[in-house]
Ligand binder design. Structure first.
Ligand code: GRF
Length: 216
């Protein structure tokens, strides 16, 4: 087998998507090694999860930097120094400087709790309910300068049931995110999914998002 893909992750919160990646790796289902987990929040659960798994961590406070560009240069500089080949934004809740994003084009992915292009940004579960959608979902996309706007590579869908609350949707969707993100990272690690002026899957330009079954 080829060597594991070197992966770094950035997360601002709880870190359950990071935990799903670690679990998949530990189960031998994901040929990756983590070089670094970073956060803009010292208290992020993701940092504790990473540390418990023996992964190097870094946290930086945006308030310690005069500008977004300086903060991002520092944090993403650490990511680059770690030797990461792929950067996973797993609940990283900051807009990223355009120059930094450009540097990672085709090498950074984000998991977002909506069926993009619907509901970029925050409060996706609420907006789905308010719109009366009968279906909700999560997307993994390559990161571009546009917030939650890069090419979507894979989506998972859940039905919206009558009476569902935001929490109901969030809870049920998270289960799907925890399958979707490892599937996408695994496809990248195994060379099935990549970037050549846009997403490429099994040697062909990707025209529509994959679903979980496509990774089997
Ligand atoms: C997930 O819903 C993810 O899609 C969104 O933020 C949440 C992060 O959850 N971007 P966790 O920190 O991975 O538990």
């Amino acid at each position: 087998m080829t060597r594991p893909l070197r992966v770094a992750a950035l997360a601002s919160g709880r870190g359950s998507n990071l935990a799903a990646l670690i679990a998949a790796r530990d189960a031998g289902r994901l040929p990756i090694e983590f070089t670094l987990v970073g956060s803009d929040k010292k208290q992020a659960g993701a940092l504790a999860i990473a540390a418990a798994a023996g992964i190097p961590t870094v946290s930086m406070n945006p308030k310690d930097y005069a500008t977004r560009a300086e903060f991002d240069a520092a944090l993403f500089g650490r990511v680059a120094d770690s030797g990461a080949e792929l950067l996973v934004l797993a609940g990283y809740m900051r807009i990223v400087d355009a120059a930094v994003v450009a540097h990672w084009e085709g090498r950074a992915i984000n998991v977002h709790p909506s069926l993009l292009p619907k509901y970029r940004g925050l409060h996706t579960h609420r907006r789905c309910l308010e719109a009366g959608d009968t279906e909700h979902g999560a997307s993994v996309h390559f990161v571009t300068a546009e917030l939650d706007g890069g090419p979507v590579v894979a989506q998972a869908r859940i039905p919206v049931h009558p009476g569902d609350s935001e929490d109901d949707l969030a809870t049920r969707l998270l289960v799907e995110e925890h399958k979707l993100l490892p599937a996408v990272v695994g496809a990248i690690a195994m060379g099935r999914l990549g970037w050549q002026d846009g997403p490429v899957f099994d040697g062909t330009a990707l025209r529509q998002p994959l679903d979980l079954a496509d990774f089997l």
